[in-house]
Design a protein around this ligand. Sequence first.
Ligand SMILES: C[S@@+](CC[C@H](N)C(=O)[O-])C[C@H]1O[C@@H](n2cnc3c(N)ncnc32)[C@H](O)[C@@H]1O
Ligand code: SF4
Length: 415
Amino acid sequence: MIAGFLGLLVKREGRKFRRLEDVGGVPAVLRAAGSMPEMPALYVHIPFCRSLCPFCCFNRYLFREELVRRYFADLKRELEQYIGLGFRFSRIYFGGGTPTVLMNELLGFIDLLHRHFSVEEISLETTPRELTEGNVGLLRGAGISRLSVGVQSFDDQILRAMGRVNGPAEEVKKRLLLAEGRFRTLNVDFVFNFPGQRLDQFATDISVFKSLGIDQATFYPLMASPHKKDALERRFNRVDNSREKRFYNLILDAVYHEGYKASTVWCFSRGDHLIDEYIVESDDYIGIGAGSVSIVRDHFLVNTFSVERYHELTSRGELPLIGMRKLSPGESRYYYLLTKLFGMKLDTRDFLRRFGRDSGKRLGFELALLKAAGVLRGDSVLQVTENGMYTVSVMMREFFTALNSLREHCIENQL
Ligand SMILES: C[S@@+](CC[C@H](N)C(=O)[O-])C[C@H]1O[C@@H](n2cnc3c(N)ncnc32)[C@H](O)[C@@H]1O
Ligand code: SF4
């Protein structure tokens, strides 16, 4: 009940992110890089995959070698624009699509990053199909500290239903073992509440994950924006969010209660400092590539989603931005609250440092509501309770779903 109510509130807030203004040149907020107290993280989007999974809600296109080579050249031009503006990055996240889709281009780009910046860590996503002994060695050599692999399920029936073409589950397990122990963090992604997925199948996914001895898993509730929902329901069964909590309770019982710490409400790890969610680790980040967004000093900036338009704009030496939104002070605080809830805790001293005001005064009503609903507890450091974790998961799902409709709108209109 409370999860649904808070989810609706978040959906409303998330929708505001779709109302964008024109940019017209380099926004003033990006000209002030030199005066930023802390450099933002860098997110690099590689929107190509060797096959397209029907459920996927990210900006992605089918692999074509010449297109991917041209894209990496465009990406370098966009990066150089930010360097020219004074940005320096030490925490870097590659997402997709599939960043490893063309290894020599990826390695060339990472080399450029090392030449320009003093890089502290690089996180990168890949698929099991690209997890070969050769690639693992190359990625280690390039300084990748955190590798995340999209497994989705170890059940062949579910993998087929999802349209995954990464080989049968037995093959996926073997490939994961190639990477196990070779990176500071190895993460595997799963999707739960997929149409037709049974609880016992998901329970088996979790036990296989544990038996492989991998330290971290991220469990994504199926996120279906209205358009994607229709498409999924035409192809599969009904997307039924009323089943979601039962899946989530299984994660709590079989993972959280079994010694894995919640780094976010979706990500569970053994050991410390394993998280690789840039929206939790970094208040500000710059996103480059087609379909990336940035959050910089209370500004939300959106790049074009079209690879063609991305090429046109970067070739003209322009930033590939299609819109921005200056967040109101209230929107900024809500966004901050949501990302901290997602990361399981809100430190009121950090809030004071960031906003110059006490969280009790600025978020008094919201924090009181979350405490009364049993989602948060504590004083100076507010912790998400075990009972509150599912509520936060619903809030985050609604927020991402609202952003997905921005994504769909941009993709459909080739913005
Ligand atoms: C951008 S993908 C990158 C991983 C890689 N391309 C792969 O699929 O193996 C990151 C993760 O997002 C999750 N994901 C993609 N579409 C989703 C959706 N509609 N709902 C929930 N999770 C989704 C999947 O778990 C996927 O592994
Ligand atoms: S789930 Fe991964 S491999 Fe599938 S389309 Fe999305 S990004 Fe590409």
